[in-house]
Design a protein around this ligand. Structure first.
Ligand SMILES: Cc1ncc(COP(=O)(O)OP(=O)(O)O)c(N)n1
Ligand SMILES: Cc1nc(C(=O)O)sc1CCOP(=O)(O)O
Ligand SMILES: [Mg+2]
Length: 203
């Protein structure tokens, strides 16, 4: 299955309570031309499905694609540049792996923080050591609902509930969906775990 087919599947059926709510374009192997081509297709699919579409790292590409926003790491451009280029309504996410980075992201007007890697991942070589669900819980508690916390890194159907119990507002996944033989089922399963009511908090 192609990336385009997977994204079409996991965003389809607007009435489904457990479809994905966010798609991020992130493929560091692609040339700019390839990213632009894929991005145009994903922008079209997500717009039809009314699902948020953000671009990783590249603010100019996000602008070109009329994406809903951009995700910025600590080594990427700043939130203020993103706001300048994309406007105040754009979704701007920032990676943060400690309290200070969370405070800075909030002070600079980030819309959410991506926190990880929660578990070991093979999708990002420079992700660093897994922080685990208890450190995730600490960072969620530190954030105190000022902005949503999205957990990332090594998350799949076997451990997503730990992220939910740690208080994460959402999970971002690559391999659990993109490498699953049934991506739509994988996405629905993960979403159903995150949408489950009354889950006991981690103690
Ligand atoms: C939701 C989300 N959280 C974190 C990241 C990682 O961003 P970054 O630290 O810039 O690393 P790269 O993805 O650029 O390798 C993310 N992309 N999305
Ligand atoms: C893109 C990314 N960022 C991370 C971080 O910790 O900031 S971990 C990661 C890779 C997530 O892929 P998978 O779901 O396959 O583990
Ligand atoms: Mg980045």
């Amino acid at each position: 299955m192609t990336v385009e087919q997977i994204v079409a599947q996991v965003t389809s059926s607007s009435s489904h309570p457990n479809r994905v709510t966010f798609v991020q374009l992130r493929d560091k192997r692609l040339s700019r031309e390839q990213s632009l081509h894929l991005g145009k297709v994903l922008r079209h699919i997500t717009a039809q499905a009314n699902v948020a579409f953000v671009v990783n790292d590249d603010i100019q590409l996000a602008a070109l694609l009329q994406a809903d926003g951009v995700h910025l790491g600590q080594e990427d451009e700043s939130v203020s540049v993103a706001r300048h280029v994309l406007g105040n309504d754009a979704i701007v996410g920032v990676s943060a792996d400690c309290e200070q980075q969370i405070d800075v992201a909030i002070a600079h007007g980030a819309d959410y923080v991506g926190v990880g890697p929660v578990f070991a991942t093979s999708s990002k070589a420079d992700a660093g050591d897994a922080i685990g669900e208890y450190r995730l819980r600490q960072l969620v508690e530190y954030t105190r609902s000022r902005i949503p916390v999205v957990a990332i890194g090594g998350i799949d159907a076997t451990n997503a509930s730990l992220c939910k119990r740690a208080g994460a507002d959402g999970v971002a996944v690559i391999s659990a969906i993109m490498r699953n033989e049934n991506p739509q089922h994988a996405a629905y399963h993960l979403s159903s775990i995150m949408n489950a009511p009354n889950v006991a908090p981690l103690t």
